[in-house]
Design a protein around this ligand. Structure first.
Ligand SMILES: [Zn+2]
Length: 73
């Protein structure tokens, strides 16, 4: 039986032709190196944007019983 046509993609980093198969571990990149290069560029951009820390759940405003001993007196 004929082999299934293999889909190929170009490595986003170096434009090398990469087989888009489970065997291509770093697809769509041709190698771990190219993958890290791209991720590195991407991550550094993200870090620049994500300067502020993510919002944390504010425990004090969640499920607070709001008990005030002096309330209504
Ligand atoms: Zn590459």
């Amino acid at each position: 039986m004929p082999a299934a046509p293999v889909r190929t993609v170009n490595c986003p980093t170096c434009q090398h032709l990469v087989e888009f198969t489970p065997n291509s571990r770093y697809r769509p990149f041709c190698s771990q190196r190219c993958r890290e290069v791209d991720l590195g560029a991407w991550a550094s951009e993200r870090y620049a944007i994500a300067e502020s820390p993510p919002p944390e759940d504010d425990q004090e405003t969640r499920g607070g019983s709001m008990i005030r001993p002096d309330f209504g007196s």
